[in-house]
Design a binder for this molecule. Structure first.
Ligand code: TYD
Length: 209
């Protein structure tokens, strides 16, 4: 069966992820390749509803495990409804955050540990990204890029939380060196783009059929 390519983009809040997502989309569009862009938490009608509960600044009493399970529930729907079918059609799926966000934010940030990986194994099954771009930027730097009045419930967490999340990402990079491609996100936008495009060339070569 033909299978597309699954790309996820990860990183702490304010790491410049959105700018580079636009560059990744452009890379494939310029090659006239069929892409599906989607994001987490959300990407489906059910997922967007779950997202609005999770990110609501009025839900400050949310239990951490409940939060992790809501993310995993949104992800299960996302995989079943959008990601898996698109990959089966041979599309390039570009996803703004995926399972690594849960491991970093809920596993390391909320300190729920391995439980997060286990519930997400149920949510995603075999649907693991082929390549994950990790925007590496110290969260104390990234934070200043987000306007205070635009911060959601997770972004308002204390510095220590964001440092734990970032360390979680660095652990993931070490654990999955073949899948996760770390990028120095303190470079200029163009230098970051060059790093990403170089990796994308390599990915396309490796799946050339
Ligand atoms: P989002 O609004 O997409 O922000 P960003 O533009 O930084 O990606 O993400 C919302 C927040 O949700 C963000 O702080 C990361 C967090 N998050 C988790 O904690 N766990 C998850 O599994 C996902 C997907 C996101």
């Amino acid at each position: 069966m033909e299978r597309g390519i699954f790309i996820s983009i990860e990183g702490p809040d304010g790491s410049g992820k959105s700018t580079q997502i636009e560059n990744i989309k452009r890379y494939f569009k310029d090659k006239n390749m069929n892409i599906l862009f989607t994001r987490e938490p959300g990407g489906t009608a059910i997922g967007e509803r779950i997202r609005s509960i999770i990110l609501d600044n009025n839900c400050s009493e949310m239990d951490y495990m409940a939060e992790a399970m809501l993310y995993a529930a949104a992800r299960a729907q996302h995989v079943a409804e959008k990601i898996r079918p698109a990959l089966e059609e041979g599309k390039i799926v570009i996803c703004d955050r995926f399972v690594d966000s849960s491991i970093a934010y809920q596993g390391f940030g909320r300190k729920l540990g391995d439980a997060v990986r286990i519930i997400n194994d149920f949510a995603i099954g075999e649907c693991v990204p082929d390549v994950t771009f990790l925007m590496k930027l110290d969260p104390r730097v990234g934070k200043h890029r987000i306007r205070e009045d635009e911060q959601d419930r997770l972004e308002l967490e204390k510095d220590a939380f964001h440092i734990d999340v970032y360390n979680g990402y660095l652990e993931l990079e070490k654990a999955y060196p073949k899948r996760i491609f770390g990028i120095d996100a303190s470079q200029t936008i163009d230098a970051i783009k060059d790093d990403i495009y170089m990796k994308l060339e390599e990915v396309l070569k490796s799946v050339a059929r």
